[in-house]
Design a protein around this ligand. Structure first.
Ligand SMILES: [Zn+2]
Ligand SMILES: [Zn+2]
Length: 142
């Protein structure tokens, strides 16, 4: 198989995995899944393809200082909720407020193309967690 063909196949597999999930997986997590399909793929190749997919505008990288990047094949602007205990990221069914863009543009004179918003707190599972220790720690009760 030619290099170009192989690269396309790897990239397509990664994109397909991302499109099939709303869990905003990390590169490691994507690597684990794509390996079932392409056993000899390397983590470096996964990173390279994620970078390419991002440059092409096919995926979003949700990066945050001090944590691993998460990837999202939903490139339409949407809001996220990040659980501070388990680290999972959920899509929110909440309309994107275009008025904020206009307001900021009016106040600053900047050209605003979009805004990103991430809510924080505890997901349902963690609220019901059978691990009260980590919950107490999160709430600062220990
Ligand atoms: Zn959680
Ligand atoms: Zn998302």
């Amino acid at each position: 198989m030619s290099t170009v063909h192989r690269n396309t196949k790897q990239k397509e597999a990664i994109l397909r995995i991302l499109k099939g999930t709303t869990s905003h997986p990390t590169a490691d997590c994507i690597y684990e899944q794509v390996r079932r399909e392409i056993p000899n793929i390397s983590l470096g190749t996964v990173y390279r393809n994620l970078r390419l997919l991002k440059q092409e505008g096919n995926i979003l990288e949700l990066s945050l200082a001090g944590s691993f990047s998460r990837f999202d094949a939903n490139t339409k602007n949407h809001y996220h909720f990040r659980c501070e205990l388990c680290g999972r990221i959920f899509d929110l069914d909440e309309p994107v407020d275009k008025e904020i863009d206009k307001r900021v543009a009016r106040k600053t004179g900047f050209t605003v193309t979009q805004h990103r918003l991430e809510f924080r707190g505890l997901c349902i599972d963690c609220q019901r967690s059978d691990s009260p220790e980590s919950l107490k720690k999160y709430l600062g009760l220990t």
